[in-house]
Design a protein around this ligand. Structure first.
Ligand SMILES: [Zn+2]
Length: 591
């Protein structure tokens, strides 16, 4: 994963670090941060005397930042494994995934197209080795990552295991968002004719309606890789082939080449590709080709670093901070950490200072990464808790596993379904109380236990139901955390909450939401879709404004959960602030 700070010239980062230590005035005492020696060792001899001395400051600051982070300070980034300069950023896509992952669902094969293809396929298999293609692709992908990193590249792996469900379009989007210069897709071929052998590379044609403009660079990338690969391995070179039907290519915004490394249906290719020494040659060949490509097509990010590194080290702090500001408002989407840090700086930190309590969690649903501010803090849930009650009803009644099933006649089940819909879509409190009662076979406190057991079974550890909706909070209240809400919505999005079918039905109910004044309001005017659940309390029962949502955006899908309390009556201001945060997140992250 690349982040903004790693692209800033080292000497400038040092100044930033120094600026932060000055601004934050945190003490480094008593903190066991990383040893500074690795940083100093990695300095080049080109570095000036001035930069050398400030490296010490930088190392100390890294320690300080570590302690600052535990103090919920998220505006700083911890940098411990910096490289002096990078040659470029390469996204590696090991084709396919494990056969247990269901990728049969459809997706548009290109942006805006009505033509669809399966999200991904399982690939071929070695006729002689018996090894599945997805495993070979992953093995070579991980070896290639290590090789490229040792040569000074930054690598973005589009999958790192066989179990992650990430579609071809999502892989391309993830690569686009990562800031990579190009994508290398790894595959192997199969044929009914076992004598067919050799390697080829697939690229979009110049006439490709979606990515025709990537043809020239993709062609250079593909031929550099294919030629070096065949030289290094002795595998037959079958040449380039123009393909405009590949989803993972059509969604790309950066040059992309798909290498078919050999035929798994051919004895010699198949067994060679399983040979340890041969694999080293394969990886060396691909990396040599990438080196050649970057020689002619210097990295955009790497180029920036080189230019900065050659400049003077006397940039003023003001200049550097300006540089950060301008980079952050650029069209490049940020990482979750950058976006959350910016939101915290702009809104949450000052609200907290005024005595309000704010928690926020943002999940990048393609990358699987997340960042939060006070994400584990126990907060008054108000009606966002109804989302957990819905999930508990699905778990125990609609799609129960045999041992946890609450038996109910089918007419009662359909009554319950209607109550669940009313509880979510209109946030109806009577409906919510009735759902809980139904889960307790008519007994509210028994139903409360069912909900709480569901939450603890699924590690929603800060979430609990302690009272009826609109009931007295004398004996307990209703709680959750933004991280718990984010985990639930992420599971629903991924189809892993109760079951795929149950998750899809829950998405439909959440999408039918009628209360859209917060997170969905911030998406007005964007090509985005949301499934959300609000929560609010006013008057003597507290001052709470919450909203949690799954957002399907143009460039990214994400979960955003914002919880606020202790608002001192300023509910409408807080609701507006959530809408504004929603807009900022969308613009920085998914536009
Ligand atoms: Zn394949």
């Amino acid at each position: 994963m690349t982040d903004f700070y790693s692209r800033i010239p080292r000497h400038i980062r040092t100044v930033i670090a120094a600026a932060m230590i000055a601004a934050l005035t945190f003490s480094a005492a008593g903190c066991s941060g990383k040893n500074s020696s690795s940083q100093t060792e990695s300095e080049t001899s080109q570095t000036s005397q001035t930069a050398q001395s400030s490296v010490q400051t930088s190392a100390e600051t890294v320690q300080t930042e570590t302690s600052a982070e535990t103090a919920a300070e998220t505006e700083t980034e911890t940098e411990t494994e910096e490289k002096v300069s990078i040659k470029g950023v390469v996204a590696i896509d090991p084709g396919h995934q494990g056969s247990s992952v269901d990728m049969s669902g459809q997706e548009p094969y290109a942006p805006g197209s009505s033509k669809t293809k399966a999200k991904a396929s399982t690939g071929t298999e070695g006729s002689y080795s018996g090894v599945p293609e997805y495993q070979l692709n992953l093995d070579i992908g991980l070896m290639l990552r290590d090789e490229l990193e040792s040569r000074g590249y930054e690598v973005v792996m589009l999958r790192k295991d066989n179990d992650t469900a990430i579609s071809n379009a999502q892989r391309a989007k993830k690569a686009n968002e990562s800031g990579a210069d190009c994508t290398v897709r790894l595959h192997a071929d199969g044929s009914d004719d076992s004598s067919v052998n050799g390697a080829s590379a697939l690229i979009p044609s110049a006439d490709n309606k979606y990515v025709g403009d990537l043809h020239d660079d993709s062609k250079a990338l593909a031929s550099d890789i294919l030629d070096s690969y065949c030289d290094a391995t002795g595998i037959k070179n079958r040449g380039l082939s123009l393909r405009d039907d590949l989803t993972g290519t059509n969604w790309s915004k950066i040059p992309v080449a798909l290498l078919e490394m050999g035929f798994m249906s051919n004895r010699s290719d198949d067994l060679n590709m399983e040979d340890k020494a041969f694999r080293k040659k394969m990886v060396k060949g691909i990396a040599d080709g990438i080196d050649k490509y970057f020689k002619d097509h210097p990295s955009k990010s790497g180029g920036t670093i080189t230019a900065g590194g050659n400049g003077s080290s006397g940039d003023s702090v003001d200049d550097v901070l300006k540089e950060i500001d301008s980079a952050k408002s650029s069209s490049e989407p940020g990482t979750v950490k950058q976006v959350v840090s910016a939101v915290n700086k702009k809104y949450l930190a000052s609200s907290e200072k005024s005595g309000e309590k704010w928690s926020l969690t943002l999940v990048d649903l393609f990358a699987g990464t997340q960042a939060d501010v006070n994400g584990d803090r126990k907060m008054l849930s108000a009606s966002v808790l109804k989302t957990f009650i819905m999930a508990a009803a699905y778990d125990r009644v609609f799609y129960p596993s045999s041992d946890s099933a609450i038996k109910m006649s089918s007419s009662k089940k359909s009554d319950l379904k209607k109550l669940v819909e009313k509880m979510i879509e209109e946030s109806d409190n009577d409906a919510a109380n009735s759902v809980v009662e139904a889960l307790g076979s008519g007994d509210f406190s028994k139903g409360m236990k069912v909900v709480n057991t569901f939450c603890s079974d699924n590690s929603y550890s800060k979430t609990s139901l302690g009272r009826r909706f609109q009931g007295s909070s004398k004996n307990g209240d209703n709680y959750t955390s933004s991280n718990d809400c984010a985990a639930l919505l992420t599971a629903i999005y991924n189809g892993s909450c109760v079951s795929k079918k149950a998750s899809n039905e829950m998405i439909d109910i959440l999408k039918a939401q009628k209360l859209k004044n917060k997170i969905p309001a911030g998406l007005t005017g964007f090509r985005a879709d949301a499934a959300n659940k609000t929560g609010e309390l006013s008057g003597s029962s507290g001052y709470v404004e919450n909203d949690i949502a799954i957002v399907w955006g143009q460039e990214a899908d994400y979960v955003l959960c914002v919880l606020s309390s202790d608002l001192d009556g300023k509910n409408s201001e807080a609701a507006d602030q959530i809408a504004v945060i929603s807009k900022m997140v969308y613009k920085d992250f998914a536009e």
